[in-house]
Design a protein around this ligand. Structure first.
Ligand SMILES: [Zn+2]
Length: 270
């Protein structure tokens, strides 16, 4: 069955995160996603959290998520609210992350193809800094998330690969210093480009994403128990299989444009 394009723009995420943090959204951010906000607070509790942990696993398409949902059930225990988003075009990593964290369309933030310049417009990181909060990005060295939000008065950690990124993030959660922690992983993206979206190696990469997110969630539960934390599993774009067999993304098709995010709130606890 042919999938339809999702309606809710991924650019609405940025203002939603800011609203939970009680921070004014960046200058060009699209209006927040009411549906996500409502669903996150409908089981009670305020729509405010003082910490945000964003796990950014590269290239998990919505249909891939569904096809291998069993792998992600432990993630849904931590972040039970699944939000479907339409990412931005072209669905390339730097374009999508620039939109995710500015709330703006590519023509506004300036990254419209696969290139990794520093984003000059207002971002969630600038918004947090203005509000006196401390953001931090942990990424694989020289990848989009490592490069495009440089130049802000904030912390950046560049690591060798996914496992080192997760190790660093666990250490930072334990240190309990940052209000917004973004953690980037890329193993599935690498694997599907070299093989295909359903290869054994790619499925192993999905397992790594799921177990990394669970580790981060458990660490937050242990080390940030004096905080209310919004935690998210938030890929940038999807993937399709080309006629020659390899995985790819960058096309205006539902396989590349439709993504599913997971969110949950870990409340303060004794
Ligand atoms: Zn990507």
């Amino acid at each position: 069955m042919k999938q339809e394009f999702f309606k809710q723009p991924m650019t609405s995420l940025c203002a939603t995160l800011c609203s939970f943090a009680d921070v004014s959204a960046p200058q060009f951010a699209a209006p927040l996603c009411e549906e996500l906000k409502d669903r996150l607070t409908e089981s009670g509790g305020t729509a405010k959290t003082d910490r945000i942990l964003m796990y950014n696993p590269d290239a998990v398409a919505d249909y891939i998520y569904d096809r291998y949902r069993d792998k992600f059930l432990p993630c849904e225990k931590i972040a039970p609210v699944r939000q479907r988003f339409l990412t931005v075009y072209p669905p390339k990593t730097p374009v999508c992350f620039a939109s995710m964290y500015t709330g703006a369309q590519p023509e506004k933030h300036g990254i419209t193809k696969y290139e990794k310049p520093v984003v000059e417009i207002d971002s969630i990181f600038d918004a947090f800094i203005r509000a006196g909060k401390k953001p931090c990005i942990v990424s694989v060295k020289d990848q989009s998330m490592d490069k495009i939000f440089r130049g802000r008065d904030m912390a950046y950690f560049s690591e060798k690969y996914d496992d080192e990124v997760v190790e660093r993030a666990l250490e930072l959660i334990e240190k309990d210093e940052y209000d917004l922690l973004c953690v980037y992983n890329q193993r599935y993206d690498d694997s599907m480009h070299r093989t295909h979206p359903n290869s054994k190696r790619s499925l192993n990469a999905l397992d790594c994403y799921a177990s990394s997110f669970v580790k981060l969630g458990e660490k937050v539960n242990t080390c940030w128990k004096n905080h209310d934390t919004l935690i998210g599993f938030a890929p940038d774009h999807g993937v399709h299989r080309m006629l020659i067999g390899l995985g790819n993304h960058g096309s205006n098709i539902p396989e590349d444009m439709n993504i599913s995010h997971l969110y949950g709130i870990i409340r303060k606890h004794g």
